[in-house]
Design a protein around this ligand. Structure first.
Ligand code: F6R
Length: 235
């Protein structure tokens, strides 16, 4: 594991975007695993800037997102599909047909979970997976529990995650209580993992990467992955 400590969100974003950009340059048809949330917004901005300057070409890139809320369609501004279009896909030369987010609006969520897992496999796996981390150590929507979920699955969100997400919704009742997410096993299959964490995550990052590996701190499993970079913002 490589732990890179930087001073500002700006530096964290620039470094993360450099790593993702390098991946795109080295393998123009790579599969990027992407995340939503406040952590990657700056990274996506930098990628958009590089693309606008003609330094990056996304035309061959395929993407798979980690997760999506259940019950929200892609045109709902709170959906993760909307977030991805708004923060990245609408501003780079990617073919939208090559961008994938689990369908949280599917009627049969179990079938959708199985389809998404098989679909990632069919792309040949993820070359570089970008992750954020929750204050409770969650990655994707894999919340602390007694086991590491292997594959894409639906989850009931914990009270703390619902509360953390409530800031983005008009009313607390509108916050979805279920999500569909890559499993820990799905994430661990990625060739390379890049986790970015802001200053408010310092404590959980220490716990996850220097404490015991336990499903009670889901991100701790990343200690067992052979190619993980963590960029931790210290201020
Ligand atoms: C988002 C995701 C979540 C977030 C995590 C941190 O797709 O999978 O695990 O990465 O909740 O969120 P922020 O970056 O908003 O602190």
């Amino acid at each position: 594991m490589r732990m890179m400590r930087v001073k500002t969100y700006e530096e964290m974003s620039a470094l993360a975007a450099s790593m993702i950009g390098a991946q795109v340059i080295l393998k123009p048809d790579c599969v990027l695993g992407l995340a939503t949330g406040s952590s990657p917004i700056g990274t996506y901005k930098k990628l958009v800037e590089s693309c606008e300057k003609g330094l990056l070409d996304f035309s061959g890139v395929r993407t798979v997102n980690l997760d999506e809320y259940c019950g929200l369609s892609g045109d709902n501004p709170n959906s993760y599909r909307y977030f991805m279009n708004d923060n990245l896909f609408d501003h780079v030369n990617i073919d939208k047909a090559n961008t994938h987010v689990p369908n949280g609006f599917a009627e049969d969520l179990e079938a959708e979970a199985a389809r998404y897992e098989a679909f990632i496999e069919s792309l040949g796996g993820v070359d570089l997976q970008l992750l954020g981390i929750g204050h409770n150590g969650h990655i994707g929507f894999n919340e602390p529990t007694d086991h590491f979920p292997a594959t894409v699955h639906t989850v009931a969100l914990t009270e703390s995650t619902i509360n953390a997400n409530a800031r983005l919704f008009e009313r607390r009742e509108d916050v979805p209580t279920q999500a569909i997410t890559m499993g820990i096993g799905t994430i661990m299959k990625a060739d390379k993992i890049l986790l970015i964490a802001g200053a408010d995550k310092k404590e959980i990052v220490e716990k996850a990467f220097y404490g015991p590996v336990t499903p009670e701190v889901p991100a701790s499993v990343l200690q067992l992955h052979r190619n993980v970079t963590v960029i931790l913002c210290e201020n």
